[in-house]
Design a protein around this ligand. Structure first.
Ligand code: SF4
Ligand code: SF4
Length: 55
């Protein structure tokens, strides 16, 4: 899973991920742990700007 540059850093994806695989870093980057990710797609659907891809 990857995040587009236009991510607005709202934090929604991190809040909805059932595996806690998404973290927001101090430098305003969204980091997805692809080892923990189960590719459920919940973050993709929840992102308000459609910034997550790679399912
Ligand atoms: S696809 Fe599912 S498990 Fe993977 S980062 Fe998104 S919400 Fe988390
Ligand atoms: S939900 Fe979308 S816009 Fe919000 S932090 Fe996650 S990737 Fe960025």
């Amino acid at each position: 899973m990857e995040v587009e540059e236009y991510c607005c850093y709202c934090g929604t994806c991190s809040n909805v991920c059932p595996e806690k695989a998404i973290e927001l870093s101090d430098n305003e980057k969204v980091e997805i742990d692809n080892n923990a990710c189960i590719k459920c797609g919940i973050c993709v659907k929840a992102c308000p700007v459609g910034a997550i891809y790679g399912l």
